[in-house]
Design a protein around this ligand. Structure first.
Ligand code: PLP
Length: 391
C-alpha cells in the first residue's frame, strides 16, 4: 500500500512528512476564527482483501506503533434497547472501552507511531480533556513527552488521568478554542509534533479505523451510523474509513452517516445552513463536543455532502436522558458526549427503517465526567442506620 497526502480543498498531492501539517497553499487563506484550511487527507493506493489487517491500511509501518491495545472495541447487541425501540438490528460500538476510555485513542495511537517514525519524541496538543488524556496514556506507553493545553473547566477526571500518565498539563484561562491557539504557538516556539485535532492529518486518519472495524465485525456495512460531533474529526474519520473501503472495492455503498451536535454547540449545523462559520460562544453539558469553531469544519462538511450525510441536533436534556436510558437499558455507561449519538438515534427513530442495520458509536466512558452523570439520576441524600428503614 502506498500513501500520500491530498489537500481536501485544492486536491494538490504531497509526500507525507512531519514538516507538513496543512496544505501550504490553502493555509494562506487561513483567517483566525474559522476552521483549519487546507486539511490534508491521506490517500491510499493499492489493494486489500476483506480480512485485511487494519494497521496495513494506515500510513505508518507497524513497528512504530506502541504496545497498547487500541481499537477492536466491542460491537454490542443491546437486547433491551432493541426491543424497546423496535430496532432488531441496532448495534452500539463502545469506544469507551479503549485504553484511555475514549475514541481519541484511535488518533493518538497513529500520531504516536507517526512521531516515532519521524524521530520526534515530544507531542503537544490542545484538548477539551479526552484527546489530552488519550495522548498522555499512549505517550506513556511509547515513552514520549506529552504537553497538554486544557480549558480551565475541563472535567477533573480527565485532568487526573493526564497527570497520572505523566503529561505536562497547562490550564488555559479560557475555553478550548483559546487552548487550541496556545498549543500551536507553543509547538511553533518549542518544536515537537503538534497533535491538535484536524491540524495533524493523522488525527483524522487514525479515526477511520472505527469504520474498518465495523465493516469487519458485521461482514458488511450498516445502513446508518450515528456519531457525536464537535470539531468534526470523528465524523470525518468515520466517512474516510468508508471512503477507503469503497475505493478498495470492499463495499458498494457508504452508510448514511448522522453527525449529532448539541443544540447549544452546533457550529457545523449552522454553517451548513448559512454557508459560513461564525464564531459564537457555545456551551453544553457534553464538554467533549463543546466547540465554538469546529476545527475540521470545512473538511467534515465536504465529506458529509459528498456522501449524503446529515447533521442533526439534540438538547442537553435529551443528552442526559439518553445517557441514563443507555446505561440503565444496556449496561453501557457513556459520558454525555458519548451518549449524544444515541440521543440522535432516539430522535430519528421514527424516520428510520425499523429493520435497518444501525450502528451508534459511543465515544467515551461515563466515568470521565461524574459530575454530569449525577445530574441525570437522583443520588441518595441520607445514609441509613439500619436496614429496617428501607424494608
Ligand atoms: C472528541 C470527542 C467527540 C467529538 O469528536 P470531534 O472530532 O471533536 O467531532 C465526541 N465524543 C467524545 C467522547 C469525544 O471525546
Amino acid at each position: 500500500m502506498l500513501f500520500n497526502y491530498e489537500c481536501s480543498e485544492c486536491r494538490n498531492e504531497y509526500k507525507i512528512s512531519a514538516d507538513l501539517m496543512v496544505c501550504p497553499q490553502c493555509a494562506q487563506k487561513q483567517k483566525s476564527d474559522e476552521p483549519v484550511r487546507g486539511i490534508l487527507e491521506v490517500k491510499l493506493t493499492g489493494k486489500a482483501d476483506p480480512d485485511f489487517n487494519t494497521l496495513d491500511l494506515l500510513p505508518v509501518p507497524k513497528e512504530f506503533f506502541p504496545p497498547v491495545p487500541v481499537g477492536n472495541t466491542p460491537l454490542w447487541e443491546p437486547l433491551n434497547i432493541r426491543e424497546k425501540t423496535g430496532f432488531p438490528n441496532l448495534f452500539i460500538k463502545d469506544d469507551g472501552m479503549n485504553p484511555s476510555f475514549s475514541f481519541k485513542d484511535r488518533a493518538s495511537y497513529l500520531v504516536s507511531a507517526f512521531a516515532k517514525s519521524c524521530g520526534i519524541d515530544e507531542i503537544v496538543l490542545a484538548s477539551t480533556g479526552n484527546a489530552g488524556s488519550s495522548m498522555a496514556g499512549i505517550g506513556a506507553a511509547a515513552n514520549q513527552k506529552i504537553t497538554i493545553f486544557l480549558p480551565e473547566n475541563a472535567p477533573e477526571a480527565k485532568i487526573a488521568q493526564s497527570l497520572q500518565y505523566g503529561a505536562t498539563v497547562f490550564k488555559v484561562k479560557g475555553n478550548y478554542d483559546l487552548a487550541y491557539d496556545f498549543s500551536l504557538e507553543y509547538s511553533r516556539a518549542k518544536g515537537g509534533m503538534n497533535r491538535n485535532t484536524a491540524y495533524n492529518p493523522m488525527t483524522i486518519e487514525g479515526k477511520k479505523t472505527v469504520s474498518l472495524e465495523i465493516f469487519q465485525q458485521m461482514s458488511e456495512v450498516p445502513d446508518s451510523v450515528f456519531v457525536s460531533t464537535g470539531d468534526g474529526c470523528i465524523v470525518a474519520g468515520v466517512l474516510k474509513g468508508f471512503k477507503d473501503l469503497l475505493q478498495l472495492g470492499l463495499i458498494e455503498k457508504v452508510p448514511a452517516v448522522y453527525s449529532v451536535q448539541a443544540e447549544t454547540s452546533d457550529a457545523l449545523y449552522r454553517a451548513r445552513e448559512s454557508g459560513k462559520f461564525e464564531n459564537i460562544p457555545t456551551s453544553t453539558i457534553a464538554d467533549s463536543i463543546c466547540v465554538d469553531v469546529p476545527r475540521n469544519g470545512y473538511h467534515a462538511l465536504k465529506l458529509l455532502s459528498d456522501y449524503d450525510g446529515q447533521i442533526i441536533r439534540v438538547s442537553d436534556e435529551q443528552i442526559l436522558k439518553a445517557q441514563t436510558y443507555l446505561a440503565s437499558n444496556s449496561g453501557i455507561f457513556a459520558e454525555p458526549a458519548g451518549a449524544t449519538a444515541f440521543a440522535g438515534f432516539l430522535s430519528m427513530a421514527n424516520e428510520l427503517e425499523k429493520e435497518s442495520n444501525v450502528v451508534v458509536i459511543s465515544t467515551g466512558s461515563g466515568l470521565k465526567d461524574i459530575a454530569s452523570a449525577l445530574k441525570g439520576v437522583s443520588a441518595p441524600t441520607v445514609s441509613i442506620k439500619s436496614v429496617q428503614e428501607v424494608l
